[in-house]
Design a protein around this ligand. Structure first.
Ligand code: RI2
Length: 321
């Protein structure tokens, strides 16, 4: 939880792989590739829900795998891994900026926007709209138990936006005044369901009830290709001490404190998903996923070109294993 936000987690993992290659000593390219596979597996285990993490790691591993298969020298392999890492990071940062520009078009003067948790994609949409001269109000839910809403509120206020912070439990009271709810995503399933910070799904239900627009802002490397095979996204369960103090728990041993970190918003409660590739209804996710990822049973067709492309989203990423 030191690195927060699915996009930042992906970039941090890729940076770790780059350091692993640059700072470790290997005798041969095979040894480096084997080591990299192990490091990638450990990193993937760190946060099970954010699909951006395995997608980013697989992007680097597949570039390294192609080099290793060709039997290139150790120096060349290190160089190609560095190139893949830089390419991912650049594409990720560019994707967030593009989402900011596309999403800002959805905001109009006088809007009241609600958001939940802390999403870089969402804050970029809001700060971009503000920098374009639009004036609107933002309501941020505090996002228990880790209060990431405070980070969002603070970032937006420092950028000059008008912000209110409310308890999560007050969302229904304020939703009637809200024009658009915009949230981020940790993973998007092929049916358009969105996995995001716990509490998102209930915001979506309330938005639905009040006919408030519900938008998701997310980079396409948050698409989960294995959901095309019917696999479910694993929801991370976190410790009880994020919810209650140790002293309270010790004096209430019979109470089981539960702390799921994410929930799933079904596609019927989502109006639009804003990506760097454009805006889609949730039902369009499966088509986008088919375009960006190879069919589950088929080998990537242009995998060798993937690592060289500056636009990551145009590359055929190896599917998330
Ligand atoms: P960006 C965060 O999870 C939140 O759930 C947020 O909505 C989502 O990642 C996407 O954030 P966590 O990593 O990638 O804080 O848009 O557990 O920054």
């Amino acid at each position: 939880m030191e690195v927060r936000g699915a996009g930042r987690i992906a970039r941090a993992a890729v940076t770790a792989l780059k350091r692993y290659c640059d700072e470790s000593e290997f005798a041969t390219s095979e040894e480096l590739y084997r080591g990299l596979l192990g490091a990638g597996a450990r990193l993937k285990d760190a946060r099970p829900t954010a699909v951006s993490l395995p997608n980013a790691i697989n992007y680097v591993l597949s570039a390294a795998g192609r080099g290793a298969e060709k039997g290139i020298s150790l120096d060349s392999l290190v160089a190609s891994i560095d190139e893949a890492c830089n390419s991912f990071i650049d594409s990720s940062l560019r994707a967030v900026q593009t989402i900011g520009m596309i999403g800002a078009k959805r905001i109009v003067d006088g809007d009241t926007i609600m958001t939940h948790c802390n999403s870089e994609a969402v804050t970029t949409v809001l700060t971009t709209a503000h920098s374009e001269g639009k004036r609107f109000n933002v309501i941020v839910t505090e996002t228990r138990p880790k209060y990431q809403g405070r980070i969002t509120a603070s970032v937006l206020a420092k950028n000059g936006l008008t912000v209110s912070l409310i308890p999560d439990s007050a969302a229904r009271v304020y939703m009637r005044k809200v024009d658009k709810e915009i949230v981020g995503a940790d993973a998007i399933a092929s049916n358009g369901a969105v996995v995001n910070k716990i509490g998102t799904a209930q915001m979506a239900v309330i938005a639905h009830e009040t006919r408030t627009k519900f938008y998701v802002a997310a980079e396409t490397y948050k698409l989960s290709p294995t959901t095309m095979l019917g696999e479910l996204v694993e929801i991370e369960d976190r410790g009880s001490l994020e919810v209650v103090p140790r002293k309270w728990q010790e004096s209430n041993k019979k109470v089981k404190v539960l702390n799921p970190a994410f929930d799933i918003t079904p596609p019927e409660f989502i109006d639009l998903i804003i990506t760097e590739q454009g805006i889609f209804p949730p039902q369009g996710m499966v088509l986008l996923m088919r375009e960006l990822y190879p069919a589950p049973t088929q080998k990537p067709t242009d995998a060798s070109a993937g690592a060289k492309r500056s636009d990551l989203t145009k590359a055929r990423l190896r599917r998330n294993r």
